[in-house]
Structures are given as structure tokens and as C-alpha cells.
Design a protein around this ligand. Structure first.
Ligand code: NAD
Length: 322
């Protein structure tokens, strides 16, 4: 029997590379479309040997054309960290809107199942806590972060329109903060930033008073949740995230302890519209996908720290008086 074939947009990014790896492992052939704006061919270089894998440089905002059968389309292309989407606001809006239109068109043409990578940022600065999928969110459309949040909300609406009006078999995953190997140390997200700073022995910069919370999951759990959703008949949206909630100050202290560093904590101004709390309600993922996270916070952080240590070649700086 012929192998099923997956198209992964953003496949050379952090999550896309892990998803491509798992799909190859499951027996798919994988075509990855990426413009390398925030990802890199180096993230998937090892996949050439892992199975039938092709990487094509393409901006999915321009057009999407794929020859041959396609069984599943995973649309993960988008700048994802605040540093990236604030630097590329228009590209972010375009890939969430026009890029989603093009990839849905591909799924329709090929009769493929479509999975949209949406985000917990669709909930904005939430007024319901924890956040269930039924919560419509609290997003500032005209603030700087609006370019990302609204692009994803538009992408969700477009996905549901293709499902309702065009009969495309679609699914939406709302991804909560995820970390793991192949994140860029300078991408500005809390986990890589804290790890890089702790490994260098310099100050760990915590935004505001550090009391704002996040719920962070390890990448293996996220990949497992996405593939369960892909292989199900559910439309979603489905939250995939670890409900273990920590404040940013607690996270900084934990990273510092796990790295074995004596970095000082330095408090810096909080970005505009930075969410105050964030925690997924995962009842739906539990009941319809039988999914829940398996990697606990410290374990996951240890794995990401080990990877960064290898990448940055860093040993923690000698302890200083705190
Ligand atoms: P990433 O920046 O590592 O990966 C995104 C990839 O998309 C990159 O390889 C980039 O080059 C590519 N890309 C961007 N614009 C493109 C375009 N127009 N055409 C083709 N390729 C393009 O980010 P990530 O963390 O892997 O995020 C992947 C997806 O998951 C994104 O859609 C993001 O919004 C979503 N997500 C991620 C998280 C997280 O915690 N990592 C949380 C919520 C949602």
C-alpha cells in the first residue's frame, strides 16, 4: 500500500520539525513548505535519512501548489514568538489569513484532512480562568500583539468556513506555550531566554513583577496531542497544553536551579497587553482524544536545558553571591 502523504507548512520551524519527524516515524512521506523566515533547514537536516522527506522553500502567502496526492495538510507556518511577529507584523497577518486560505485550498483540492495550528493567544488576556474552548477570548485587536492574535482568530474562522461551506475535513488545535529542542535561544520566549541567561550566568530578565502566569508543556506532549487530533474526526478547537501553571518568577527560579546557575533575577518592564494568566482547561482533549500531558514541568525543562547546553556549549558560570 502507498504511504500516506503529509504536507507540513512551517515544517522547518520548532514545532514543524518535531511534527515532521513523528509523521515520518508513523510511515508518512512528508513534504515541508517553509520560507525560512523564522525556521531553518538545519532543523530538519537529520530527516533526510529518516524516511521520504522533502523540503521546499516556499512562502505560503504567495501560493501553494503541490503535485500528487496529499492525505493531510498541517498548517504551522507563522512567526510565533513576540520578537518575530512584532518584527514581521504584516507577514504574520498575511500568513494567518492568505496563507490559511491557500493551505485550505490545497486540502480541498486533494480531499485531505486539514489541521490548523492556532494558539492560546486566541484567548488574549483572558477573563475566564482556566480557559475552555468555549471561551471567546479578550483580545485587543489594535494593540501590537493584535497582529498575531487576530491572524490566528481569522485563521480559525476561515477554517470553519471551509468546513461548513466547502465540506473540507478540518481540525483546529489551540496550542499553549511549548518548549523543547530546536527553539532559537534568542527568540524572546520565556523558556529559551531564561535558559540562555542562566547558562551564561548573566541576569535572568523577568517581565513586570513576575506574578503573571503561564502553563508550559514539553514538545513531545504537544506533538502527541496534535497527531491524536489529526487522526481523529474531531473539528475542535481543542486546547493542547499542560495545566500546570507557574508564575514567571517561579519559572525563572526553577530554570536557575535546574541549570545550577547563580544568575540574579532582573525585573524589566512588561510588554503591552501581556496576558496576566494562562492555563488550559483540557477536559475536551482528555475526553475526545484521550490525551493528557505526560512530561512534568521540571523533567521537560531538564531536557530543553540539556539541548541548549549542547547547542550553546555552555557550562553555568561559577556561583556568585545573590
Ligand atoms: P517557528 O517560528 O519555529 O516556526 C514557524 C515556521 O513557519 C518557521 O520555520 C518559518 O520559517 C515558517 N514560516 C513563517 N511564515 C511563513 C510563510 N509565509 N510561508 C512559509 N513558511 C513560513 O514557530 P513554532 O513555535 O514552531 O510555531 C509553529 C506554529 O505553532 C505557529 O503557527 C505558531 O503560531 C503555533 N504555536 C506555537 C506555540 C509555541 O509555543 N511554540 C504556541 C501556540 C501556537
Amino acid at each position: 500500500m502507498a504511504r500516506p502523504r503529509a504536507v507540513v507548512t512551517g515544517g522547518a520551524g520548532f514545532l514543524g520539525s518535531h511534527l515532521s519527524e513523528r509523521l515520518l516515524h508513523e510511515g508518512y512521506s512528508v513534504l515541508c513548505l517553509d520560507d525560512f523566515s523564522t525556521g531553518s533547514p538545519a532543523n530538519v537536516a537529520h530527516l533526510a535519512e529518516a524516511g521520504p522527506f522533502r523540503l521546499v522553500r516556499a512562502n505560503v502567502t504567495d501560493f501553494v501548489h503541490v503535485v500528487g496526492d496529499v492525505d493531510v495538510v498541517l498548517h504551522f507556518a507563522s512567526p510565533a514568538s513576540p520578537v518575530d511577529y512584532l518584527r514581521m507584523p504584516i507577514e504574520t497577518l498575511k500568513v494567518g489569513s492568505i496563507g490559511t486560505l491557500h493551505t485550505l485550498g490545497l486540502a480541498k483540492e486533494k480531499g485531505a484532512r486539514f489541521l490548523l495550528a492556532s494558539t492560546s493567544e486566541a484567548y488574549g488576556d483572558p477573563q475566564v480562568h482556566p480557559q475552555p474552548e468555549t471561551y471567546w477570548g479578550h483580545v485587543n485587536p489594535v494593540g501590537p500583539r493584535g497582529v498575531y492574535d487576530e491572524a490566528k482568530r481569522f485563521a480559525e474562522a476561515m477554517t470553519m468556513a471551509y468546513r461548513r461551506a466547502q465540506g473540507v475535513d478540518t481540525a483546529i488545535v489551540r496550542i499553549f506555550n511549548t518548549h523543547g529542542p530546536r527553539m532559537r535561544p534568542d527568540d524572546g520566549r520565556a523558556v529559551p531566554t531564561f535558559i540562555r541567561q542562566a547558562l551564561s550566568g548573566g541576569p535572568i530578565t523577568v517581565a513586570g513583577d513576575g506574578s503573571q502566569t503561564r502553563s508550559i508543556q514539553y514538545v513531545d506532549d504537544l506533538v502527541d496531542g496534535c497527531l491524536r487530533l489529526l487522526h481523529s474526526r474531531e473539528a475542535g478547537p481543542v486546547n493542547i497544553g499542560n495545566p500546570c501553571e507557574v508564575s514567571m518568577a517561579e519559572l525563572a527560579l526553577l530554570v536557575r536551579e535546574l541549570v545550577g546557575s547563580a544568575s540574579l533575577l532582573e525585573y524589566v518592564p512588561r510588554p503591552e497587553d501581556d496576558p496576566t494568566v494562562r492555563r488550559p482547561d483540557i477536559s475536551l482533549a482528555r475526553s475526545v482524544l484521550g490525551w493528557e500531558p505526560r512530561v512534568d514541568l521540571a523533567d521537560g525543562l531538564r531536557r530543553t536545558i540539556d539541548w541548549f547546553r549542547g547547542e550553546l556549549g555552555a557550562d553555568p558560570a561559577p556561583a556568585r553571591a545573590v
